[in-house]
Design a protein around this ligand. Sequence first.
Ligand code: MN
Length: 502
Amino acid sequence: MRKITIFDTTLRDGEQSPGCSMHLGEKLDIAEALDKLGVDVIEAGFPASSEGEFKAVKEIAGVVKRASVAVLCRCREDDIDKGFDAIKDAVHPRLHIFIATSPVHLNHKLNITQDECIQIIDKYTRYAKKYTDDVQFSFEDASRTPIDFLAKCAQTAVNAGATTINIPDTTGFITPQEFSGMIVYLKKNVKGIDNVTISVHCHDDLGLAVANSLAAAVVGAGQIECTINGIGERAGNAPLEEIAMGIKTRKEYYKLETGIDTKKIYRTSKLVSSIVGIKPSANKAIIGSNAFLHESGIHQHGILQDKATYQIMDPSDIGIPENALVIGKHSGRHAFKDLTVEMGYTLTDEQIDTLFPKFKELADRKKDVSRVDIETLLAGYTRRVIKRIYTLKDYEISAIKNQASATITLESEGKSQTEKMTGDGPIDAGFKAILNITGDFFRLLDYQVHSITEGKDALGEAIVKLTNGKEIMTGKGISTDVMEASLIAYLDAINKLIQYEE
Ligand code: MN
């Protein structure tokens, strides 16, 4: 078995996808979850892009205990200086530098010749090597670069000391047969390539990101770049969960393995989808809500006789909790804490203090509390506490046909303020009353409500996306009452925008 290095770029390419920007605390939570999941490299961001990004990368580098932390840099001295400054305290820092190599990029974006491109690759690889031995060089749009020129680029980076060379299919253009052919060509034609890691970074524009990544790995690529839930630019990146479960489920075929603890996939996927506010489609491989459901009679009959009839993976392999009653309203703080430990969480006493009342509240409203409920509760609240500027203290909402009114009380810095408004509907009235207190400095982009557990007392999750014109922030609220969930989500997004403006 050859081990594939899993390079996760949820925090860099993933965050670049529309509407996926994350708050600092959320990034730290994701970084820790990825570290526990067993990824080998975490790409933390692009420090040269802004001061906020630099600060976020620096903090991420400080919380990651095991994985390498990589930063993306253009071929510029200030990018590389800043990039290394952000990760210098990481346990294993990696500089990831890139330049585009395809004719369309060279001629229309960079306005440089192929010879100039080669000189740049040599110069900046050597520049990055002054900071760390672990230097990855990426050839943006490699899949649309003439293969002889790509080999020349790769040779230059290898000669200059790059330890990983990345072959991205930036536009999601390539097919598995062509892509494996490219890797084979590079292995044959670049001297010393066997001493470096060949990486691939595939986009899903034509639905082939996973197929292309695995085809490359089979012929010798040693690193796959991917993201949780496949988030990323446009159609997204290769989803980590599909890569990891593909390799695990078909290990005899691939003769490959990864360091991913697959039992943490479900949890990590939930965390990321709740933070970015994008729920994977129901039929999404591995983590979609239907991925392990058997609906037709013939299939159900088969499964009851022998799971292997229609199931190639067990839901427990990715850590899907069983939906059985585990804890009730009379359970105490200890029972609750023990359960979170049994479920693999390590929570501080402070976190338990925050979560236990929420659990009690849930147990009061909902008769049966299952592991799925607890998982949901934790996915929503284990995040580092985002500074609350406004908290929802009380509300009273009434609605009859064509007429609704809401009285909302918010608390801020120990002071309460109450506003009453009417609206087209209860949510409209509630949001308007909140605006009267917080001020109207943003625009509502998206508002969704869905149930996240089963039954008539299911937990409802509300997701609100707001923008101040510069940044999009996602707010989330969970409650058995969708009205309350909506108000909490709205306030959550407002609080993040206020902090962003500060
Ligand atoms: Mn990309």
